[in-house]
Design a protein around this ligand. Sequence first.
Ligand code: AKG
Length: 393
Amino acid sequence: MEIKPVRLSYPSYTSSDRDFFDSSNNLKMSGYNRQGNRSAPAKSDNRIKHTNVGSRSDWKPNLAKNDACLDGSSCSQNNKSSVTDAASDVKNIKPIPISFDDDGNSKKVKQLGDKSETDGDDNGRLNHPVFDICPKKVSSVIKLKAPLHVLNKEKRNQSKQSMKGQNIIILGPGMVLMKGYISSVDQISIVKTCRELGISDGGFYQPGYSGGTKLHLQMMCLGQNWDPETRTYSELREFDKSKPPVIPEKFHEMVKKAIVDSNEFIRGNAVSSDERKVFPSISPDICIVNFYTKSGRLGLHQDKDESDASLKKGLPVVSFSIGDSAEFLYGETRSIDEADKVTLESGDVLIFGGKSRLIYHGVPSIVPDSAPTSLMEATDMRAGRLNLTFRMY
Ligand SMILES: O=C(O)CCC(=O)C(=O)O
């Protein structure tokens, strides 16, 4: 599969905005330094204006010519194996031999007596590909352990990062980034949990639309199902009637703690009254888990399919990043050119609520091979990035 580079340009900035660019003309963290203090003027006083257009449905690559599909290359509707083709009345989905390419696209491994790509087999097993984020390594491949100094360096970075309050950045009113907040141990545990849930009923699948277009990621929902086609939440997943797994208690605790810690930081460090507003606590009833392979991506969109009450209150979305880093765009409009960019690394937690609840955001690219070696060795996770976003309906 041809991979076209995503080129980001920022033509609308004036010379006074130069501080926003690094030497390679990449947009730097806007407005704040790592301690959360303002380091450069924000582009405007009222950065986050919410318009009522666009939503997670903007993932749909065929919506608009210019920005609906970030690289434009895979907007063609050439993938016949639509997820909606799968048979619907199935209780136990068992893995059948499916291989995935680097894009996470599934390909059934041909077996003796195979009928077609979309039939179930003679045992009633579904041809719904099971996407395993930690596939068993082929035994003939000899795995070399990472050298000790690499692992030690990662450990040192990790403990530096987890020193309380050290690495929290206020990106804007209602938007806080907690760098390296999730410990290595918890990252490993999250990967293992998502792996187990991901290969079970209601686990990972590649979402798409009835026209055949697919998103460039694998997704599973916890708590409630979110349907990209209808942009609604429901108890069951439409195409296979599976019930989304419940959100593990441990995840609830982590979300609560992240909100408490970010609020503590906001109280001590926010510089304007808008930024000083703390996040209300949430008990999330939805978690969308995305897995991006190295060519995975997600267009700019708003998360606005939750209830009116939830959106009105600005209840925060809490996002965990694990594995490879991601370029993350965010801004007040759906324009890539006007968006700010930040890199989300393994262990980072991003919270957006309040004034930023409806911020446009997306992932134009994944940074290949940037995941901590120790995480990959401990989990056998395939190359890529796991992202969990918790919300309250
Ligand atoms: O992967 C990410 O960081 C963003 C995910 C996201 O925007 C979403 O699930 O709505």
